[in-house]
Design a protein around this ligand. Structure first.
Ligand SMILES: [Zn+2]
Ligand SMILES: [Zn+2]
Length: 137
């Protein structure tokens, strides 16, 4: 028996399901995440093949190596598609209880000056592959 999670955007135009394990949630405090969302991002991830998407995702090429997926109708940020086997999924797009926990913070050096990260979890100044590419087996 495998875990099945569902999610979608605010207006419901985009819906998705994720089969199996998802990576612990990581908060990203980089400038791109801040500009795209107005805040920091919390995201989990799963292998691309485990994620089925219905509806139309609008993709913005945010850097040479990544694109950000959102709903073109309501603007909800949904996915981050970059290097690696996993597709990142915005934690807030998941429905209901996720069973996932926040495991750490990346790009802390770029965090804005209006909040303090004080939850005691690991903080990386920039990217940290040990936090973002793992999938809990
Ligand atoms: Zn929408
Ligand atoms: Zn970021």
């Amino acid at each position: 028996m495998s875990t099945l999670r569902t999610g979608g955007c605010l207006c419901g135009q985009v819906r998705f399901t994720v089969r199996g394990e998802m990576r612990p949630i990581i908060a990203c405090h980089c400038v791109q995440c801040r500009k795209a969302t107005g805040n920091f991002v919390t995201a989990t991830s799963a292998p691309r093949g485990a994620i089925d998407i219905t509806g139309e995702v609008t993709w913005f090429r945010s850097s040479e190596v990544a694109r950000r997926g959102f709903c073109g109708t309501c603007g909800s940020q949904l996915f981050w598609d970059g290097p690696g086997v996993n597709l990142s999924v915005m934690a807030g797009a998941l429905d209901g209880a996720t069973g996932l926990t926040l495991a750490g913070h990346i790009y802390c050096a770029d965090a804005p000056d209006w909040y303090v990260i004080a939850d005691g979890l690991p903080q990386a100044p920039k990217a940290d592959d040990t936090m973002t590419t793992q999938v809990r087996a």
